[in-house]
Design a protein. Sequence first.
Length: 277
Amino acid sequence: MHIYISWAFLLGVMCSVSLLIGALFGIYFKMPKRVVGLMAAFGAGVLNAIAGGGSFLTFPALVFAGVPPLAANATSAAAVSPGYLGSTLGFKDELRAIPGATLQREVLVAAVGGLIGAGLLMVTPATVFSGLVPWLLLLATALFALGPRIAARSAGQGSAAAWRLPGLLAVSIYGGYFNGGLGILLMALYTLTGESRLNTVNALKNLNSFVLSWLSVAAFAWAGAIVWDQALWMMLLATAGGWSGARLAKRLPTQGVRKLVIGTGLLMSAVFFSRLG
């Protein structure tokens, strides 16, 4: 069974990468928009379960399938959001061990930040956001690539604990505005502010990602920014991809997948920079 899942994952990645290469060289593929989105959504679900970076597939697939960048960002956020719930439930024991008052404060901060970020996106002119996209993608790629080094260097530096909530607010605003690299930023934040238990870091990362992502998606839906005929099917495929990715996590080399994500992110950044001209 896992062989077929692996092939489906690779097909989703190849579909998105081929769209990026085609856009870079002015080639346009006659492929149904829904097929492109579904393949990318499944691949994104698998990626998020194994190494993160699923938005690096869904966002460009939507853009190059004809969805405007701002709507593609909102639709991509909706597509990958169900996976955060499953990831959060997977760390329920770690979350129970955290004082309730701490969780309540952090959830509230993440919620406020996510809504602020979503609100900022909604008032950003489409042309301005299109100009920001390549820089945001490049930043997200750099964060994804440097994430392990950032976490390793910041581990045990508890003196920065006072910056935990202000840092969470800033990261949540970024996550509500542009989801790429959110998990890496949250993990770096928690390790920098003194959290040394990796499972607890992952638990908090997934919980806050779930809260701020779902609230920002709700704001996008209220503003009419989500392309629902794409988003609903992509949510289903991303969820299936997340379940499949959890089963594949021990079979696929994480470092190899990370390199694939980084390469895709760099290529995607180059494509969007080329579109600015």
